[in-house]
Every structure is written in C-alpha cells, then in structure tokens.
Design a protein around this ligand. Structure first.
Ligand SMILES: [Zn+2]
Length: 334
C-alpha cells in the first residue's frame, strides 16, 4: 500500500463537444446506468420546504415535479463532490442566514451552479429528444453555447480542484428579508439566456449572475451595500430586477485559460481574459426595458407598467426614496 494519498484527477471535461448529456455523469462524463442520478434540487431542500410534488414548467412547456428533476451522475462524483456540498449548505441553511453568509463564495457559486446547470441539462436533453421541437432551441444559439461552455469551465471546480487566480467567476448576492413581512419560505427562478439564478431559503435570498467574473456585483456595489438590511419582499424583487436586467446587458463572455500543469500538481490554476478593448462590458442601461424587468419581478403585487414608468427618467423604486436615500418599508402597499 502506498502511504501517499492519490493525486487529484486534474482532467477537465468538455461535455458540449459530444453533447453527452444523457447517460453520462454531468460532472466527469463517465457513462452512467439509468438509476445513477442526483436530484437537481436536493432531497434536503424538497423535504425542508415540502417541495417534492411542486411543479415546474420547462421550456418545451412540459411539466415536471421537483422530485423528478434528476440528472445523470456517477456514484463517485455523487459521494465525493455533490453530497458533501449539499450537506454543507443544508447545515448552514438549518442554522440561519448568518451561517449561509459565512459560507465562502466559491461554495455558494458551486451550489447555485449545480441547480442552474441541472435545469439546463434537462432543457438540453429535451431538445435532443427528436419528438420535441422547442421554439427557441438553446443548443442552436451560438452565443448561448459559448456562455454555457464558459460557465462549465468554471463550474467543474465542483469536481476538479481549481484555483481562480485573482477573479471570481460569478456575481453572488445574498439578501435577507424582514421575516415579519415575508410569508414565503421557498422560491426559485432562473433565466437561462442571461445565466441568472435565484433561490430563497426562508429569510435568505441568494442571487447569482454566472460567468460575469463578478463585474455585475462590482457595478452594483453601492446598491448591494445599501440593501444589506432586512428587506420587504417587494424590495428584494426590485433588487432581482436590477440583477437580471444588468446580466442581460452584459456584452462580453470571459475566456478562461487553465495554466499548463506539472506532474504532481494538486490543483489547476485558471487565468481569465475579458475583451474590454473592442467592446463595452455592459450595453447601455435603458429605463423602458428595465421597467419591464421590474414589472415581471413585481408580478405578485400587480404593479402596472404605467405606474412603474410614471417618471420615465426614474422608474418606480421601493429600495430608494425620491431623494435617492434607502427606503424603509414598514408595510406594503405603503
Ligand atoms: Zn462522475
């Protein structure tokens, strides 16, 4: 027997070349038996929020229950990478918002990324089914594929020990709601085209904008700082509208470069490059389009677009008052 631990496997996996999404482990590409899967939304989430039988509609309009959202995963990746990650977040979620906040950013990125990618794999598998003809196939959208590949390059840090040198791959936001004004324990939404994902666990709302190298969080740093207080759900929705619309404006896809390795390396190092010479990082902000994003996020409160855009230069806000100071909402409607 050898005394030294086995060197980690630093082999990267590129699933988009062969489109091996069915019957191959989502993390390493090993062929899998039909029963070798993991839940996109883990069992602890489904139990904690009584969510197993809730329904989700996919892009092809088919309806699934959350307990049936499963993706292929080999037993090794399940026990070594997926299960420990879920256990870590489950423990933190049970302990409350402060514990979730204490998780390191890479853990949150990988955990949110696993659900985002899981949904995406199911959408892609649907598209590869010859009986289904989606209206807007993701796999035929070149820009989309490039983003997905970039995302997967960073997301496979769940399996391969990868150090991101001087950058974070995504913008991760963590907000807290005021429990007295917040009746909804669990919520989830995503936008596959802008690579955004959000999930609500009791009072904690996590929002991710993937493959933006943290640029959106940098651009929104003052709004984010001002939102570090117990928020009314209508304020959280406004913040999400800003993130989702901001991600929509992102005009660049970062390139990632694994450094050449040496025998015996314990991890891979990634460098990144963004082409900000020939193009702007963000397209210009347009209030009319942002107002539509607000209307969508505020659906639950049925705020009409005309009301949102009463002042076209300054769409309706519940995060800030007319003077631009952070607003405290004791109740809503105020
Ligand atoms: Zn695997």
């Amino acid at each position: 027997m050898s005394a030294s631990a086995a060197a980690p496997d630093l082999t990267l996996y590129y699933p988009f070349e062969d489109k091996h999404f069915a019957d191959h482990c989502f993390l390493c590409g090993t062929p899998t038996a039909p029963a070798e899967t993991v839940l996109v939304f883990d069992q602890w989430l489904l139990e904690r929020y009584n969510w197993a039988a809730q329904q989700i509609q996919l892009l092809d309009q088919s309806v699934q229950t959350y307990q049936n959202l499963r993706i292929p995963c080999c037993p090794g990746c399940r026990t070594r990478y997926v299960a420990p990650l879920e256990a870590q977040v489950a423990t933190a979620a049970a302990a409350g918002p402060a514990s979730l906040r204490a998780l390191d950013e890479k853990t949150l990125f990988l955990w949110l990324g696993k659900m985002f990618y899981g949904i995406l794999v199911l959408e892609l598998l649907n598209e590869l089914n010859p009986l289904i003809k989606p209206q807007y196939p993701l796999s035929e959208n070149g820009q989309m594929l490039r983003r997905l590949q970039a995302f997967f390059q960073t997301f496979q840090a769940l399996r391969v020990p990868i150090v991101f040198e001087d950058f974070v791959p995504a913008s991760i936001f963590l907000l807290e709601t005021d429990p007295r004004q917040d009746p909804i324990p669990f919520e989830y939404d995503d936008d596959l085209t802008t690579m955004t994902f959000s999930i609500k666990l009791d009072q904690t709302v996590l929002i991710a904008s993937f493959i933006d190298n943290g640029m959106l969080r940098q651009a929104m740093r003052r709004v984010y700082e001002a939102a570090q207080r117990p928020l009314h759900p209508v304020q959280v929705a406004e913040f999400k509208a800003r993130v989702y619309y901001g991600a929509h404006l992102l005009n660049v896809v970062p390139d990632y470069f694994p450094r050449p390795g040496q025998p015996g390396d314990e991890h891979l190092v990634y460098d990144t490059l963004i082409d900000d010479i020939t193009r702007e990082i963000f397209n210009p902000w347009e209030n009319a389009a942002y107002g539509q994003s607000l209307q969508e996020m505020w659906k639950r409160w049925q705020i009409p677009y005309t009301e949102i855009m009463r002042n076209p230069a300054q769409p309706l806000s519940y995060l800030y008052d007319a003077q631009g100071d952070p607003l405290t909402l004791e109740s809503f409607p105020a």
